[in-house]
Design a protein around this ligand. Structure first.
Ligand SMILES: NC(=O)c1ccc[n+]([C@@H]2O[C@H](COP(=O)([O-])OP(=O)(O)OC[C@H]3O[C@@H](n4cnc5c(N)ncnc54)[C@H](OP(=O)(O)O)[C@@H]3O)[C@@H](O)[C@H]2O)c1
Length: 232
């Protein structure tokens, strides 16, 4: 499926998987709206992609007013949103007992509530226009937990997507949950791990694959894992 002329909104687009996904979708012909907090990073990435195709909109997904402004600006400028990729996320590595309550709250507010709020804001336009793609970047932690709080947010993402899929599939909205294994990004460099972690572009390619399937094909919930981790 050709993505030319479609509009993709990517959260967490200032680095890592979100950035790589924005670049990959632009390469496929999408207009991409890049959302994250770091304005300078977004501007640089948008300039590199090309301003005729890439549109930075600084947004904090923990702030409902900023989410509303992001979705309003995107739908007013482009007339709708065909693809949402929700990649914004934070990870606090310390064990739960060593995290502060603020750490707990921040991970839930970005990884789960932020993702649900952005999805909630985008849904009316997708439902009105007869469909679209929602791709949630979850984690293999939703299958094999490695730390309580972060894993809880990713189990939440998977649960939200499973339920949402039942609500909106008949209306043409395809909900895909992608569960990366280890990926080298600012979130984690994986230098402490004896294996080959993925490049963000390898996850981005899976996003492109998911949203370019024919309308009647859905990948539902799928991992993109490192073979090294599978064998350990
Ligand atoms: N790296 C891995 O091994 C791995 C594995 C499985 C799943 N994941 C998931 O992949 C997703 C992307 O992570 P990554 O590995 O690409 O890490 P990353 O490079 O640190 O990217 C995280 C992104 O989230 C954005 N973000 C954080 N807080 C935000 C907020 N309040 N509002 C808006 N944007 C916010 C960051 O941008 P700003 O700081 O500019 O806001 C950044 O663009 C996350 O959901 C993560 O849980 C990562």
């Amino acid at each position: 499926m050709d993505l030319s002329g479609t509009v993709a909104l990517v959260t967490g687009a200032s680095s890592g998987i979100g950035e790589a996904t924005a670049r990959a979708l632009a390469d496929e012909g999408c207009e991409v709206v890049l959302a994250a907090r770091r304005e300078t990073r977004l501007e640089t990435i948008a300039n590199e992609i090309g301003r005729e195709r890439a549109h930075p909109v600084p947004t904090d997904v923990t702030k409902e007013s900023e989410i509303e402004a992001l979705v309003e600006e995107t739908t007013e400028t482009f007339g709708g949103i065909d693809v949402l990729v929700a990649s914004a996320g934070v990870l606090v590595m310390e064990p739960t007992a060593e995290q502060s309550r603020a750490d707990l709250r921040r991970q839930v507010e970005v990884n789960l509530l932020g993702l649900m709020n952005v999805t909630h804001a985008v849904l009316p336009s997708m439902l009105d226009s007869g469909g679209g793609d929602i791709v949630a970047i979850s984690s293999m932690n939703a299958r094999n937990p490695a730390g309580g709080v972060y894993s809880a947010t990713k189990f939440g993402v998977n649960g939200f997507c499973r339920g949402l899929r039942k609500e909106v599939s008949d209306a043409g909205v395809r909900v895909t949950t992608l569960m990366p294994g280890p990926v080298v990004t600012e979130m984690r460099d994986w230098e402490d791990w004896d294996g080959r972690a993925l490049d963000p572009s390898e996850v981005a390619a899976a996003v492109v694959f998911a949203v370019t399937r024919p309308d009647h094909v859905t990948l539902l919930e799928f991992p993109v894992h490192s073979t090294d981790m599978v064998s350990q």
